[in-house]
Design a protein around this ligand. Structure first.
Ligand code: CUA
Length: 290
């Protein structure tokens, strides 16, 4: 699609620029120049510059519409269904057939068709992972679909592509296309209950989590049920956080916990009244949730 559109528009640009260059040279002003012959109401020309652009647009429109219907169409047999929910400013991925909920980093197996169901709980966003089959808007009150088959394992970067507020630019995502075996072990890890820290910083952090407002918005399996913010049950299995914008290190997570808006302007998560010590412990706990 991109190649076709690029060639067609390059052709148009070359023709237009060539004619323009010819006119500029041929009819440039000279001391003795007279007004060149004027043409008005030339039926042949009028028809030509209506029909030719229409044909060019048709050439682009037919395959475009075909691709839109293919990627929006019903799920191919054996497709893995994933519900994508776009929030200000992070991505939620739910795997109804696998009972997995995660955020910002979506894992998919290579070679299997994927069918995304796009839901918008707040404002309009747009799901866009350039290398994986296009861009599709996520619209509140409407369900859109995007179907593609990733064929090469790797990490693919994505970005929200519809302005959605202060941190639109920080609303990134990553798609991990895993070899089928690696995908199976990711699934197994997500199914396992999060590790129970019994001592040290992580255990301290767990207590901090329980007694703060965290529990109101976040889910950690067996501890809290919150649906407004990313599920943290396996936070430590992700390499990034906060709209896939920051590496998940103790320092970054602790800085985030102390003042989310400093990292992601406008972040919906409030700055909790945590001491530096508590923030470090909570970061250690979250990162231990593999
Ligand atoms: Cu979400 Cu821009």
């Amino acid at each position: 699609m991109y190649a076709l559109i690029a060639w067609a528009t390059t052709g148009v640009a070359l023709v237009v620029m060539a004619v323009l260059a010819w006119v500029l040279l041929r009819y440039r002003g000279r001391p003795d120049s007279v007004l060149p012959p004027q043409t008005r109401g030339h039926t042949g020309l009028e028809i030509a510059w209506t029909v030719v652009p229409a044909l060019v647009l048709l050439m682009i429109a037919v395959p475009t519409i075909r691709v839109i219907f293919t990627t929006q169409g019903s799920a191919p047999p054996g497709a893995l269904g994933i519900t994508v929910r776009a929030w200000q400013w992070w991505w939620e991925f739910r795997y109804p057939s696998l009972g997995i909920v995660t955020a910002n980093e979506m894992h998919v197996p290579a070679g299997r068709p994927i069918r995304l169901r796009l839901e918008g709980p707040d404002v309009i966003h747009s799901f866009w992972v350039p290398q994986l089959g296009g861009k599709r808007d996520v619209v509140p009150g409407r369900i859109n679909y995007l179907t593609f088959t990733p064929d090469a394992p790797g990490e693919y970067l994505g970005q929200c592509a519809e302005f959605c507020g202060t941190s639109h630019a920080n609303m990134r995502l990553r798609v991990m296309v895993d070899a089928p075996g690696a995908f199976e072990s990711w699934v197994a890890r997500q199914h396992a209950s999060p590790l129970e820290p019994t001592e040290g910083r992580a255990a301290e952090g767990k207590a901090v989590f329980r007694r703060n407002a965290c529990v109101g918005c976040h889910t950690i399996a067996g501890i809290s049920e919150g649906r407004l913010a990313p599920d943290l049950s396996h936070f430590g299995s992700r390499s990034t956080f906060a709209g896939a914008s920051f590496q998940a290190t103790v320092d970054n997570v602790a800085a985030w916990l102390e003042n989310p808006s400093a990292l992601k302007p406008g972040a919906k998560m409030p700055a909790l009244p945590l001491t530096k010590n508590e923030a470090d412990a909570l970061a250690a706990y979250l990162l231990s949730l593999k």
